[in-house]
Design a protein around this ligand. Structure first.
Ligand code: SAH
Ligand code: SF4
Ligand code: F3S
Length: 479
């Protein structure tokens, strides 16, 4: 999902498991940043790079030449944290040989574990939570004076609205733009409200300006990011925090329109939509503008209403299916993807089978599927027992992965013979003679280059498919 970001990805393990490294800048001190977790973390790493380049740092891909090493981390599942711990142990060895090296941990794991990382484990010199990145230069100075530095204060207002993220992929095509931070939902399995704090929206004018700048710099696709983009709400009095109904506000549908109007050649995507909050006006806005991509990521988590209630998701199976029907009614050719958790507390075989039947009914184009991983302090950890045996979670996961492979193949098969409008992202991995890009529905499309160029829209007639990729022939250029 992140290849078109143009950043260097060192590990590819699925949506919340990738690591990327940034490179760029002109300063003399060298900064190495490695990122794990969701797109919001990658987007935050670009904000961090921006803050640090103003302080005279250059980002590097070569850890051997770094003066400061920062690792931007994820806490969503236990294995995400395990990987980071292993990495930190490697950094600790490096520090033993290079005592002046500053090692810092950022992001969700920093927020969750706070002091513990400094004191008990002594793995790092510096801990900065997601709302503390403006303080990084001071924290690094503190470390320079021999102290260990920590700032994990969560803010109700910080959106880094005025910071223009350093895009390391000069000549890139696709960029992420954060529109909300934090999350006010309390899904019982989820650690995000604890690591990212309260939800706040970013000033729409700064969002539009950032997207305009990206377009002027050759970008042709922006993905608007938030844990729940449908709850985006801004009014001047509230600074995006209070939700005062009496003052005119900008909602998500209106924000999308503001971005869509920048230029017809700027594609808009967004993530994540929440089934309880996704309204018809969002769908109607998508249908109105050709440059808002017909693709919705609508995580269901489970197909059973009792499980959804235990998860505190705020909707039932029936509500979710009604939202799917609304998508299909308003945007007939819309691609739909989802997230699913198997083996949540108390999940019976019958309840699991309802997830299977829902997947059959919806026929998702893509799905990200996970075994439930209990997270400290969450509602589920306090209220329910993590009682589905590991092997049952695994078996259920295998079952839904197999079904999804079939669904994805069927969805791709239905595209054969159609003409897709593809934004060219760059050479395909499998051959230098082929380009790879995405259609509006977010399918990867591979085709012989012809005379097309990166960053261009092309029309491709789909001739073949796998569950992961569409293959085709260039028909002509759209621009
Ligand atoms: N805000 C988004 C999700 C962010 S986390 C939403 O509400 O949909 C991304 C995905 O990770 C979730 O959709 C969920 O499927 C998965 N996830 C979150 N917590 C998890 C946990 N404790 N165990 C397993 N998967 C989890
Ligand atoms: Fe987590 Fe739920 Fe918020 Fe998504 S909406 S980030 S799953 S609490
Ligand atoms: Fe992970 Fe934090 Fe994102 S827990 S999924 S990096 S919001």
């Amino acid at each position: 999902m992140l290849e078109n970001h143009g950043l260097n990805k060192v590990i590819d393990e699925g949506r919340q498991g990738e690591a990327i490294i940034l490179e760029g800048g002109t300063g003399s001190k060298k900064l190495y940043v490695e990122s794990y977790g969701c797109q919001m973390n990658f987007s935050d790493s670009e904000v961090v790079a921006s803050i640090m380049t103003k302080e005279g740092y250059t980002t590097t891909r070569n850890i051997d030449e770094a003066d400061v090493v920062l690792i931007n981390t994820c806490s969503i599942r236990e294995n995400a944290e395990t990987r980071v711990r292993n990495r930190l142990t490697e950094f600790k060895k490096r520090k033993a040989e290079q005592p002046n090296l500053v090692v810092g941990i950022l992001g969700c794991m920093a927020e969750r574990l706070k002091q513990a990382l400094l004191e008990e484990e002594q793995l790092v010199d510096l801990v900065a939570g997601p709302d503390a990145y403006r303080d990084l230069p001071n924290l690094i100075d503190e470390v320079g004076t021999g102290q260990r530095a920590v700032n994990v204060l969560l803010s109700r207002e910080e959106t880094y609205a005025d910071i223009s993220p350093v895009r390391m992929d000069q000549g890139g095509v696709s960029a992420f733009v954060t529109i909300t931070r934090g999350c006010d939902n309390m899904c019982s399995f989820c650690v995000v409200p604890f690591t990212r704090g309260r939800e706040r929206s970013r000033d729409p004018l700064t969002i539009v300006q950032e997207c305009k700048d990206l377009f002027a710099n050759g970008y042709r696709e922006v993905t608007l990011l938030g844990q729940n983009v449908d709850s985006y709400r801004w009014n001047m009095s509230s600074k995006g925090v209070l939700k005062d109904e009496t003052i005119p506000t900008t909602n998500f549908a209106q924000l999308m329109e503001m971005v869509a109007l920048i230029h017809p050649d700027l594609r808009i995507r967004f993530s994540t939509s929440h089934p309880k909050d996704m309204t018809d006006d969002v769908l109607e806005m998508m249908a109105k503008y050709e440059n808002i991509c017909p693709y919705i990521h609508l995580p269901v988590q489970s197909g059973n209403s009792n499980v959804l209630e235990r998860m505190n998701r705020g909707y039932s199976r029936e509500w979710y299916l009604e939202r799917i029907a609304a998508i299909k009614r308003i945007i007939p050719d819309c691609a739909i993807s989802t997230d699913i958790i198997t083996g949540f507390c108390g999940e019976t075989e019958e309840e699991h089978q309802e997830t299977v039947s829902l997947m059959r009914e919806v026929g998702y184009d893509f799905a990200y599927m996970f075994k439930y991983s209990e997270r400290p302090k969450t509602l589920a950890e306090r209220k329910f027992e993590d009682d589905v045996p590991e092997e049952v979670k695994g078996k259920r996961l295998e079952e839904i992965i197999a079904l999804q492979l079939k669904n994805a193949s069927a969805a791709h098969k239905s595209q054969v013979g159609k003409i897709a409008k593809v934004l060219v992202e760059g050479p395909s991995k499998r051959s230098a003679e082929h380009f790879s890009g995405r259609d509006g529905r977010n399918s990867k499309v591979v085709f012989p280059k012809g005379d097309s160029k990166k960053g261009q829209y092309v029309f491709v007639k789909i001739t073949d498919y796998t569950s992961a990729t569409l293959m085709g022939e260039l028909v002509n250029h759209a621009n």
